[in-house]
Design a protein around this ligand. Sequence first.
Ligand SMILES: NC(=O)c1ccc[n+]([C@@H]2O[C@H](COP(=O)([O-])OP(=O)(O)OC[C@H]3O[C@@H](n4cnc5c(N)ncnc54)[C@H](OP(=O)(O)O)[C@@H]3O)[C@@H](O)[C@H]2O)c1
Length: 306
Amino acid sequence: MTARSAPERRVAVVTGATGGMGRVIALELARSGMHVITVARDPRRAASLRDQIDREVGTGRLDVVPGDLSRRDGVIDAAAAVLARHSAVHVLVNNAGAHFSEHQLSPDGVERHIAVDYLAAYGLTLHLREALERGRARVVNVVSDALRDTRQVKLLGRPRPATVSTDGLDDLGQLNPADGFVPFQAYARAKLLTVMAGYDLARTLQDHGVTVNAVHPGIAATNIIDDLVPPALRPFRGLIRRYMLTPEEGASAALRLATDPALAGVTSRYFLRDVDTRTPPVSYDAIAQRQLRATSDRYFLPGRPR
Ligand SMILES: NC(=O)c1ccc[n+]([C@@H]2O[C@H](COP(=O)([O-])OP(=O)(O)OC[C@H]3O[C@@H](n4cnc5c(N)ncnc54)[C@H](OP(=O)(O)O)[C@@H]3O)[C@@H](O)[C@H]2O)c1
């Protein structure tokens, strides 16, 4: 039997594939027969991913689009590069994510968690929309259960969900301000926005056969964890890592949403690994979702009448 030629392969776009769980997701999707595209800001880490896919799956199975997803132009240019090569996209895994222990602004003046952990996923989905519709794609947003509980140490007390003020949704600059900045809460708020926008996108795209779901992968031993472990526990990082999921175990939750035939047509859900779970009430508020969409569209499509 001859291998299918590249243009016939189903296409998966996976962000954050140069490390951690994204690397496993990209590798496994390639292994399943898909052509994988990733967006990478570090050429050396991208080359290492390519070597692994070449070696373990076969050559010509990965395209790397250079880009920094914290930048608006990085997101727009990455989508354009995908569309230049492929008219249809069948899977989009918005997996890239980061945690910043200090308040920082992106080059576009947006707090960095908002830029990387929310806007990158929203912008790629927005700009790839027609290709996603042609592919009747599954969009999987990798978020974090921090959105349901922002406590890093959960020994006592009740969960403290991430918050977002509906008054602030018309100005991205008001999200995660420097005043009162708490890193883990800022990270969780950006993930909450991803879930919230995902519910809205799922509704919009449903008639076109596109599904949009979000998943918490579990606590996995990856690079992001080094920054997420509270300072008091950092000396025990090595020991703590041993009790975490491996990147392979963590990646399986997003892979299931991207590929499991049993989940065909399932949309607008949040999964705590494989458990369908409710998110904070504000995420279901249709008026807040519309406001968030308008603000995010203005960021990515300035000047477009709406
Ligand atoms: N690990 C956990 O316990 C855990 C728990 C809940 C949710 N998550 C979520 O799972 C996802 C995957 O994280 P991970 O644990 O696998 O962490 P990781 O090993 O740190 O991987 C993060 C990936 O995102 C990429 N990335 C970050 N900022 C980027 C930017 N500006 N432009 C382009 N790519 C960027 C990184 O690229 P570089 O290689 O260039 O750094 C890397 O490939 C994230 O969304 C994270 O929030 C993780």
